[in-house]
Design a protein around this ligand. Structure first.
Ligand code: FES
Length: 112
């Protein structure tokens, strides 16, 4: 995993919780649901702007859905699919990642 990028430790993420990152100039965020973590590009498919207004806050009040703060689009954490809001049916861009030894790794960073 020489090209892998260490993003954070699993225990740095609340459960459920989310956290924003900037890696090599790209804005990303991670969402934790139990022992599962998902990483997406921080860009709403509706307007192409960052999802959060409050730092590290990407989840709705239930903690089970990703929410865009601008117009309220809701996304499934596991697939990034928008299930409600102005970009319903569109999807967030997933970033390949994996957990190993309690550490979250990006396996590759797509070109920005
Ligand atoms: S920019 Fe995200 S819902 Fe409009």
């Amino acid at each position: 995993m020489s090209n892998a990028i260490a993003l954070c430790r699993l225990d740095e993420l609340e459960d459920p919780g989310s956290k924003g990152f900037e890696v090599r100039g790209q804005r990303l965020f991670a969402v934790r649901q139990g022992q599962q973590v998902y990483v997406y590009r921080n860009s709403c498919p509706h307007r192409g702007i960052p999802l959060e207004w409050v730092p590290d806050q990407f989840l709705d009040r239930s903690g089970r859905l990703i929410q865009c703060a601008s117009h309220g689009a809701l996304f499934l954490p596991e697939s990034g699919e928008c299930v409600a809001g102005p970009c319903s049916g569109a999807s967030l861009t997933p970033i390949p990642c994996r957990l190993a030894d309690g550490q979250l790794w990006l396996s590759a960073l797509p070109q920005g």
